[in-house]
Design a protein around this ligand. Structure first.
Ligand code: HEC
Ligand code: HEC
Length: 478
């Protein structure tokens, strides 16, 4: 009898214990791991701007933490104004800047998508609101500084659960369970992850800064995603526009013309941006509805934006034959010109290695989505010049601020200038690259640094002043 009661008691304890474990497991699963379907956007454009590319599980930052970091660490940003001071753009009615997706995996997480580096802004006057051009190179974004901001915050003594929760509390009331999870798991884990990232990206510190509108997408791919040993290569390149892609496919995509189809370039870019293999498997099995296919469709239809300021038509007409004589042999869109040597800075060419190519091949082994080998390529592509006005600064390393400067011999091109300001200068055809606002908002580009030289591409530099002016006007019409 006594024994029976005891065993009933034991059974009860065990049962209660099991229920507790089950509830706790469910809560942990539900609040930390359960993946909710990514939000579906109506238009392909919104999908491009805010949609997920499947990197939240690898690189995502808890939304609430991400939201308050600029308020906890305003001193780690270039100025007041939060993420916008890094050149991130916003549109009314969305809580995230362009180039960020939000997906709930246990808790809402944000990660960058293609638009982070592929949406540009332009203004005629400092007082204007920026015109947002999807698909344009994000010349105004300080991508490296963004990552460095997150890592600096994590390294700072103020990155504590108490500080961060206190700040979150001003916006949003987390439930008691969530508060516990944020305090003891999510915030410490985020900090640990960012500190690991800091170690992983220590290689960046020994190389020139990217500055605004440039990114090294090759080295993170080689060192982090593909586990290649860290070497001294500099892969920093100007961000590229995503319009007129059919013309680009013909000559090979990326600055070194290394990939032949847009789909392969999209998949490779996603892998570089942290998209997981599991996500790629699941996504590509959805065929027509696949998220990456939607990105591809959107990009494939993008046309170069027309020059938004006045054009002197007569002068532009006089520039057309100059273009035909001096430039068309490489840049005309109807000749799928193969890449040619033009003696510009070679660092970017050396940054993609045969062993990385093999590792990428192995990464996609037996998968339908496996991109064709990403070749090293030993020449830069002579890109088609549609929307060339919005491709500034120029050349693969973004070493020349304007088209007027590109038509000067390298010795007289600016040796130092500021990148990142989005007010346009129609005279030089490029963004304003000096002056107090350009200095305040942008970053200094120094052509004496490794990978940054502005040599080569001497075409048009010996033209008469008149022919050069006409050519410059004609280039605005492309
Ligand atoms: C961190 C910034 C960054 C992100 C994020 C990014 N890209 Fe890029 N993208 C670049 C840079 C830089 C280049 C030039 C790379 C090179 O050749 O060195 C580039 C090149 C490309 C090209 C080649 C264009 C051409 O004319 O050859 C395509 C296509 C492209 N990106 C698509 C994408 C897609 C799709 C995504 C999202 C899945 C994406 N990118 C995400 C920075 C980025
Ligand atoms: C022999 C081939 C060749 C000729 C001729 C040529 N280019 Fe280029 N051009 C290239 C190559 C290759 C690149 C890429 C170089 C790099 O990025 O380092 C390039 C890059 C450019 C860029 C930079 C594009 C960007 O997005 O940054 C512009 C602008 C340009 N050329 C304009 C011209 C003009 C204008 C002429 C005529 C005066 C001309 N090119 C003549 C081969 C040529």
């Amino acid at each position: 009898m006594t024994q029976g009661t005891a065993s009933l008691g034991t059974r009860l304890v065990v049962a209660v214990g099991l229920v507790f474990v089950a509830v706790a497991t469910f809560v942990v699963y539900d609040r930390l791991l359960r993946e909710a379907p990514a939000p579906v956007f109506e238009s392909d454009e919104e999908h491009f701007l805010y949609g997920s590319i499947g990197n939240e599980s690898t690189d995502g930052i808890p939304y609430w933490v991400w939201l308050v970091l600029p308020r906890v660490f305003p001193d780690l940003l270039p100025g007041p104004g939060g993420y916008s001071t890094l050149g991130l753009l916003s549109k009314d009615g969305n809580d995230l800047p362009l180039g960020f997706s939000k997906v709930t995996i246990g808790y809402p997480r944000v990660a960058m998508n293609c638009a982070f580096c592929h949406v540009g802004s332009v203004r005629a006057e400092p007082g204007d609101l920026p015109t947002i051009v999807p698909g344009a190179p994000a010349h105004q974004v300080a991508a490296q500084r963004y990552t460095r901001f997150l890592m600096a915050a994590a390294s700072d003594g103020r990155f504590t659960a108490a500080n961060i929760l206190g700040e979150i509390n001003r916006n949003y009331r987390l439930s008691a369970v969530d508060r516990l999870l944020y305090r003891f798991i999510i915030i410490p884990e985020t900090r640990a992850r960012l500190l690991r990232l800091k170690e992983q990206t220590a290689w960046m510190d020994g190389r020139p800064d990217w500055g605004h509108g440039r990114a090294d997408v090759l080295n993170p791919m080689r060192f982090h995603r593909l586990g290649r040993p860290v070497d001294s290569a500099i892969g920093t390149a100007d961000m590229m526009p995503l319009w007129d892609m059919a013309d680009r496919e013909a000559q090979g995509l990326f600055w070194n013309g290394s990939q032949g189809t847009l789909m392969d370039a999209v998949v490779t870019s996603a892998i570089a941006a942290g998209t997981s293999r599991t996500w790629l498997d699941a996504d590509t099995s959805k065929w027509e509805e696949a998220d990456l296919l939607r990105v591809l469709r959107y990009v494939a239809d993008l046309n170069a934006p027309a020059y938004p300021f006045a054009i002197d038509k007569a002068l532009a007409a006089a520039g057309q034959p100059v273009f035909a004589a001096e430039c068309a042999q490489c840049h005309a869109t109807d000749t799928a010109a193969s890449p040619r040597a033009v003696d510009t800075d070679r660092d970017r060419l050396a940054a993609w290695t045969a062993d990385a190519s093999a590792a990428l091949d192995a990464f996609g082994a037996r998968r339908d989505w496996k991109p064709a080998p990403f070749e090293s390529g030993d020449h830069y592509a002579a890109v088609p010049l549609g929307g060339v006005w919005m491709r500034a600064p120029y050349l693969h390393n973004g070493s020349v601020p304007s088209l007027a400067a590109l038509l000067e011999p390298p010795v007289t091109r600016p040796a130092r200038f500021w990148r990142g300001y989005d007010v346009y200068d129609p005279d030089s055809v490029g963004f304003v690259s000096d002056g107090s606002e350009a200095r305040r908002l942008g970053s200094l580009y120094d052509t004496s640094q490794a990978g940054n030289t502005n040599v080569g591409h001497n075409y048009g530099t010996s033209l008469s002043a008149e022919a050069r002016r006409a050519l410059l006007e004609y280039l605005k019409t492309l």
